[in-house]
Design a binder for this molecule. Structure first.
Ligand code: GTP
Ligand code: MG
Length: 196
């Protein structure tokens, strides 16, 4: 049976070293990516909501772990971004600590890490570092190619092939939240991880 993710409420935001992050053992899906990967917008598309997840045209909006509860049963979480080289170093480290601390604290409940990659630029060094870290944690991952509405069909094929080389053996889904392309496939992919 196919579950929609539209029965959703905001649960809470978590900052680094927040007490009691091990709130319960609900199964969880987390979303990671560099800044401005259209990550929060993708979550809104999955939830079929316009602006439940806060988005911004200024990169760097998501700075906390924002947790949403679906069907009172699952968590879908928007994690902060990583790898913005120009950022003030201490702050960058704090965000990356938040990601790693969160992933490690919640490791046993996380059923999938959805990792967004810029389809035009391809995987950057910071993406590959994050990817290796996720594999090291032995968490299942789905690679999502973002921003595909900026590509021609030919460029998209190249981008998918390139991602297949960078992320050997991984599931790769190319999505556009604004055009609602392949969102359903991603939802099914997430669902399969949750009901496993
Ligand atoms: N053309 C187009 N623009 C989009 C799409 N999705 C998001 N955007 C725009 O891209 C900008 C950034 O989107 P966000 O969803 O906030 O990106 P994010 O990855 O969460 O960014 P940070 O949290 O700031 O790191 C916003 O101005 C969105 O309106 C899309 O599918 N197509
Ligand atoms: Mg965001």
């Amino acid at each position: 049976m196919w579950i929609k993710f539209n029965e959703v409420v905001f649960y809470k935001s978590v900052s680094l070293w927040a007490e009691q992050v091990l709130f319960d053992n609900k199964k969880e899906i987390v979303f990671v990516g560099r800044s401005n990967m259209w990550k929060s917008s993708l979550m809104n598309a999955i939830f079929e909501k316009k602006d439940l997840v806060k988005t911004s045209s200024t990169p760097g909006k998501t700075r906390l772990a924002n947790i949403f509860t679906v069907w009172k049963k699952y968590y879908l979480t928007d994690l902060p971004w990583y790898g913005f080289a120009k950022l003030w170093r201490d702050f960058k480290e704090q965000l990356e600590w938040l990601i790693s601390w969160y992933l490690e604290e919640r490791k046993s409940s996380i059923k999938k890490v959805v990792m967004l990659i810029d389809s035009k630029l391809g995987a950057q060094e910071s993406d590959l570092d994050m990817y290796k870290y996720i594999l090291w944690l032995e968490l299942p991952v789905t690679i999502v190619l973002s921003k595909i509405d900026k590509l021609s069909k030919n460029e998209l094929m190249k981008s998918i092939n390139h991602a297949k080389e960078s992320f050997f053996w991984q599931e790769i889904i190319a999505v556009s939240s604004s055009k609602n392309i392949w969102i359903l496939d991603l939802c099914k992919n997430i669902q399969a991880a949750l009901i496993k």
